[in-house]
Write a protein that binds this ligand. Sequence first.
Ligand code: 13P
Length: 261
Amino acid sequence: MTRRPIIAGNWKLNKTVPESIELTEDIKVKLMDYQKEKLPVVVLCPVFTAVQAVSNVLEHGKGIYLGAQNCYWEDNGAYTGEVSVPMLADLCVSYIVIGHSERRQYFSETDEMINKKAKAVLSHGLIPIICCGETLEQREEGITDEFVAGQIRAALKGLSEEEIAKSVIAYEPIWAIGTGKTCDSPEANRVIKMIRDTVAEVSSQDAADKIRILYGGSVKPSTIEEQMGMSDIDGALVGGASLEAESFAQIVKGTMLARTK
Ligand code: 13P
């Protein structure tokens, strides 16, 4: 089963509109030098206020896709401050990150909310990037697999096989996010394989073979080749290193190199 890799940049709460435009243009120029057929799916996830501007810079259908960092599950209504999936679809957003650990931690998002968001994203034909991952305490307690599998079961509840097959999961151990401390590749691969087995259990082997599962947490140009050389890692969700065109392009390049070996 060959799954096309995905490299997604999560810009988090960074970049004004002019800065987002500049970064997008720089990334576009750098990726132009790469062989198109070998490019992974590249996704840029700016802040909401820059989504329209980044959308204008991207030539849709030419390899770089637009993502959002969050959404609400209702299409419209009295939900002050929220942004819905059809509103993002209007701006040509194709991927939406949901359940990022920062949203779970600082904005009290629960597994149930993440499940509702996954359903909303898929029902509008967009692709959710569903985040999961354990804290350092949970890892030290030895409950990583149980905890992460629980997050996945809850997020995928009620989704069809077809919906699960087109979804994306990002395994981001919280202790590796923004710390410079990457989870070592064989261990990240082990957890990701465990996630794939959980998908097979709650859905089907076919959906598990098709779903793309990314690693996230201090991904850098120096780590990507080894990570992408692993059997079950299908790409990366990149934070800090996606804020500079050069390092992000190097990560894309490393992905291509690893896949041609
Ligand atoms: P860093 O790459 O900065 O560790 O962030 C990872 C992340 O949270 C991506 O969503």
